[in-house]
Design a binder for this molecule. Sequence first.
Ligand SMILES: [Zn+2]
Length: 236
Amino acid sequence: MERELETLFEAQKIEIQIMEGERKLLQAPKRLQQMQDELIALRQKIDKEKEITDELEKERRKKEKELEAEKEKIKKLEVRLYDVKTNKEYQALLKEIEAAKEANDRTEEDVLVLMDKVEDLRKDYENSNVQLKEIEKESQAERAIIEKEIKSMDEVIARLVQERDNLLSVVSESLRNIYGVLRERRGGIAVTNVKNGVCLGCNMNIPPQLFIEATKNKQLIQCPSCNRILFFRAND
Ligand SMILES: [Zn+2]
């Protein structure tokens, strides 16, 4: 019995490595997806920046055109100054020209503000693009590592499963069945060490007499709390 229990204990150790490998395999696609999402979000942010910049640039061009048109109008008004007959008309025209010039000054200021804004946004946009390139490069490198890991992990797990099955094949069918059921029901841990009167599977105390029996490894003893198969090994 001791040999069988020890074999199960060794199989359990391999089982834990298999679970660890499978956990990593499960995480890998999540990490890949996460990187993908980050890139998409950054690209969207950059697109948005571009959109806003283009919008403001359009606005600036529109205002500049307006400005040109207004300047033309003022020129024409100024030419008309020579043709007016009365002082009243002359004053009225001057007033109109003055108002148009003031309006133009304000538009010019608007244009300058827009130019500053566009310039700032362009800088942001360029920085974001540099950032994107860097992240794309990093992601690509990390993706390559993860894909390599997945591939080797597949091989490692296949080898471990083979090792575990080889071990399980030499224990009695009834013991193998108990192991199988417990593994399913107890989160993959069917066999556990027992130390200082405590089951290391569930950390519950074991009655002293049962503990003494368990440390002998002579018979199948299961934890009264979690049902796991107990195996004593001092240095494990
Ligand atoms: Zn237990």
